[in-house]
Design a protein around this ligand. Structure first.
Ligand SMILES: [Fe+2]
Ligand SMILES: [Fe+2]
Length: 372
């Protein structure tokens, strides 16, 4: 074969192969868990909607499952890691998470900082559900290296070359709702601009979309506090940067679901601590994100108690307006919480930088965001 022909064949092969390596990875597997509300058993701790007495076992079992998952690259814990920001529960969950064989990342939830919004229960120890708990900075310094890098409560990292992940702080001390403040938004836009060539996943505790019509106004138990109060502004930012394909949140305590809004896929992750007590494993390729939502192994007795507490008196606050008390309403409520149809699935990646020539020169609009 002529040398020039060989050269052309080589060049052709490079052109064929290049796009497949454009994202810098072929397959990434990561776990997500949320809302363990870890509570070391103590006086005043009891199983309610949140299975507090079983929370340590549930977390330990979730970590065991992740450690048995082949090819796992990292795990993200999306907030409400403690019952109510008790320092001993922060230490306990840190020691459990440190048992993971892969790197892990943590974001802050509304129950992880002082003052927590839950009023103290009569007869409970002074710091159980009371208005004290660890500070935001204690939280950030406890989890240094697990996303946190210095005193800021928001962070970003590249756990695998070609993948950028962002952890937002959506919490407002003293309330259970959330927001993303202006200084954090400015940081976020700088970070998105600086990392615009990497596929990006955003993690936070509060979400940016609704999962039930009750969340669209304050009329039903302030359920409009489930998403952040500047959700529309945040969605517009995610949409503006094409590398943001996926946004993953906790806080809602329902089975895993997803929703597509203007090319961005939003996921909600089930709680470790409340029915149906699941964890998620995602697999990401340059083309698609697939997932399985799995039950955390636990005794039948605990599972049955969690289910009974969900539709019983302990779960009353979590009952939506179209889930009235009674057999039909309970069935509807369980279907909403179990979300069985979403336990497995896959969605496409919208960011394919070099394969389809979508790596664009930043527009004036993007540059404007960066310098403001
Ligand atoms: Fe929670
Ligand atoms: Fe929460």
């Amino acid at each position: 074969m002529k040398e020039s022909k060989k050269l052309w064949i080589c060049l052709f092969m490079i052109v064929l192969i290049l796009p497949w390596t454009a994202n810098g990875f072929e397959r990434i597997k990561f776990g997500v868990i949320s809302d363990p509300h870890l509570a070391m058993p103590a006086a005043g701790t009891e199983d309610e909607f949140k299975m507090q007495l079983s929370s340590v076992d549930l977390m330990k079992n979730a970590v065991k499952e992740f450690n048995k998952t082949p090819g796992l690259d990292f795990v993200v814990l999306t907030g409400d890691i403690t019952l109510n920001a008790e320092p001993w529960n922060v230490e306990m969950i840190k020691s459990i998470m440190d048992g993971l064989r892969v790197p892990y990342y943590v974001v802050l939830g509304n129950h992880d900082i002082s003052p927590v919004p839950t009023p103290p229960k009569p007869g409970a120890p002074p710091s159980m559900g009371a208005y004290i708990g660890v500070t935001r900075s204690t939280f950030a310094w406890t989890f240094q290296g697990h996303g946190f890098n210095g005193p800021d409560l928001w962070w970003s990292d590249d756990p695998v070359p070609g993948l950028h992940i962002i952890g937002l702080d959506t919490n407002v001390p003293g309330i259970w709702g959330g927001t993303v403040p202006a200084n954090e938004i400015a940081w976020l836009e700088h970070d998105l601009y600086a990392n615009r060539d990497k596929l990006t996943i955003v993690f936070s505790h509060h979400g940016f979309v609704t999962w039930h019509k009750d969340e669209e106004s304050a009329a039903w138990k302030n359920y409009n506090w489930f998403p952040v109060d500047n959700a529309a502004e945040m969605r517009a930012i995610f949409e503006k940067y094409p590398q943001v394909s996926f946004v993953i949140n906790g806080h809602r305590h329902i089975g895993q679901r997803y929703k597509k809004v203007n090319d961005v896929y939003y996921f909600v992750i089930p709680a470790v601590s409340s029915y149906p007590m699941r964890y998620a494993v995602f697999t990401l390729t340059p083309d698609e994100l697939s997932w399985v939502s799995k039950d955390i192994p636990i005794s039948k007795k605990v599972l049955n108690t969690a289910k009974a507490n969900c539709i019983g008196e302990p779960g009353e606050w979590w009952r939506c307006s179209d889930h009235p008390k009674g057999p039909a309403g309970d069935k509807k409520m369980l279907e909403f919480f179990e979300a069985k149809e979403y336990m497995k699935g896959k969605v496409p990646v919208r960011f394919k930088p070099q394969r389809y020539g979508e790596l664009r020169v930043p527009s004036e609009e993007l540059l404007g965001a960066v310098v403001r």
